[in-house]
Design a protein around this ligand. Structure first.
Ligand code: ADP
Ligand code: G6P
Length: 461
């Protein structure tokens, strides 16, 4: 990217244990060559909010963190971000919990981040804001006189009109968005939802397929499906512990699920489908073992505690009913595992189960494909509601709400011959290799560059 420095802002700053691994790799080059800066939350709650960013060394680009008071964390992160926006964006308005102080905290924290950034910004910076926690940031920066290029990328789905209307003050969302030069989405579905929501709620008509006039400003729109660091993940899987040894350890064919323990991931539906599989196909007993790795997340939010209880209860019930002396149908691990171990587990799993009820992209689907042994690959079962399904049609694409359909897909996957598995996997791998995270960031940053070049011009539409 030519021009100024790249400044990335995300809620989570990549410090330590590689929390947003792929993104960091994707952005590292652009950050490094432009002398760029990444700004994000330190992960620490402070007694008193500090009035400056803290700079960290140890990376090839600048990293600067801000802290949050416990009250800010509760209202901005647990509250508005994850009890209001997250459920609305994932079609679960019924699980939202709206309190006025959440919206206030969300506005306040975004305003504070803008204050903290301001002394470090240069006029020709290209600012790239990540995700739903920071929607108001461009508006706050504009208020403080920042006139340079600012883009946003939304990693989760954009809500349709019904879910937008369930927000406490829907017009404010569009006001926040209007201050960006480019809005990037995971899938066409999200861009269409934005257009339709703006039309129904704000009486705004889109200008063609990739522009919209919001609050008197021209905003560009685009679809940029995020990928993984495919080459590195393939290598990681090849270097993983020896497959035959792992298989004798499990005794049966393995089916794997890897997700944060989030209600959007469809984990109970998966368990019910597995139970139907065992019921309808008793020959599968002792032949298939389901490993679900799901670290708890955002546990201070009641809906997350509930999903944990529900899944533990279901797994316990199914295990109690179907286990034999030699075999446990479901193993449920509530921890994060190192990527190296995860890559090895994907590689030896005969089935990768990715069944969200709603998901921006779902990177696990891509990791599972990248990790397979190309001569004897496993089968990906993929929800049609993951953004990944747009390009990964050679998976067994299913409706995760229908446990009968999902159980049948499991049976088909168990019986699928090597030729068909190889054919499907080759097509999937081509997509995951071609559209990796480097491709994603380069494509987005090109579009942002173009948006910068067009700024201030009168554009005929
Ligand atoms: P989301 O962003 O909603 O959590 P994604 O599937 O897009 O869902 O991304 C999840 C990322 O977190 C993947 O890179 C996945 O490997 C990683 N991850 C999920 N669960 C675990 C776990 N138990 N241990 C290690 N990494 C995990
Ligand atoms: C999704 C969101 C990210 C978020 C991640 C983990 O991928 O799009 O913005 O960082 O989940 O969630 P957490 O709340 O732990 O950051």
């Amino acid at each position: 990217m030519s021009g100024g420095r790249l400044v990335v802002v995300s809620n989570r700053l990549p410090l330590g244990e590689n929390p947003s691994g792929g993104l960091v790799v994707a952005l590292e080059d652009a950050l490094k060559t432009s002398g760029g800066l990444w700004i994000g939350f330190s992960g620490e709650a402070a007694q008193v909010a500090s009035d400056h960013l803290v700079f960290h060394d140890g990376a090839s680009f600048g990293r600067a963190s801000f802290d949050l008071t416990q009250a800010d964390f509760d209202s901005y992160y647990l509250g508005f971000s994850n009890s209001v926006l997250w459920p609305m964006c994932h079609g679960r308005a019924d699980l939202s919990h709206i309190l006025p102080e959440y919206l206030e905290g969300y506005r306040r924290v975004n305003a504070r981040i803008a204050d903290l950034m301001l002394p470090h910004l240069r006029p020709d910076d290209r600012i790239w804001v990540q995700d739903y926690q920071l929607f108001p940031l461009a508006a706050e920066l504009r208020k403080r006189g920042v006139t340079g290029t600012i883009g946003h990328f939304l990693h989760i789905p954009f809500p349709g009109p019904a879910d937008c209307a369930a927000l406490p003050n829907p017009a404010e969302l569009f006001e926040w968005l209007s201050h960006y030069d480019l809005l990037g989405f995971q899938a066409q579905r999200d861009l269409s939802n934005l257009s339709e929501s703006a039309r129904q709620l704000m009486d705004v008509e889109p200008l063609g397929h990739d522009r919209m006039r919001l609050g008197g400003r021209l905003v560009r729109l685009g679809v940029f499906p995020v990928g993984i660091d495919t080459a590195a993940f393939m290598q990681e899987a090849r270097d993983a512990p020896d497959e035959d040894r792992m298989r004798t350890l499990t005794g049966a064919q393995m089916m794997i699920g890897v997700d944060r323990l989030d209600y959007s991931k469809g984990i109970p539906q998966r368990f019910r489908a597995f139970q139907i599989l065992l019921e309808n196909h008793p020959d599968m007993i002792e032949r298939i073992a389901f490993l679900q790795i799901a670290p708890p997340t955002r546990e201070a939010v009641a809906a997350y505690r509930d999903i944990r209880e529900e899944t533990e209860h279901l797994a316990g019930r199914i295990n109690g009913e179907y286990a034999t002396i030699n075999w446990t149908p479901i193993r449920f691990i509530h921890r994060s595992l190192p990527r190296r171990i995860l890559a090895g587990l994907y590689r030896q799993a005969h089935i990768g189960l990715v069944t969200p009820l709603a998901d921006g992209m779902n990177l696990v689907a891509k990791e599972y494909v990248a990790a397979q042994n190309v001569t004897n690959p496993g089968v990906l079962i993929l929800s049609r509601f993951a953004g990944a399904a747009d390009t990964m049609q050679e998976a067994l694409v299913i409706n995760p709400h229908d446990p009968w359909e999902l159980a049948e897909a499991m049976a088909i996957a168990m019986r699928m011959g090597a030729n068909e598995r190889r054919r499907r996997h080759a097509a999937l791998l081509r997509d995951v290799v071609e559209h990796d995270v480097g491709w994603w960031s380069a494509t987005y940053l090109d579009a942002l560059e173009q948006a910068a070049a067009e700024r201030g011009q009168v554009v005929d539409v």
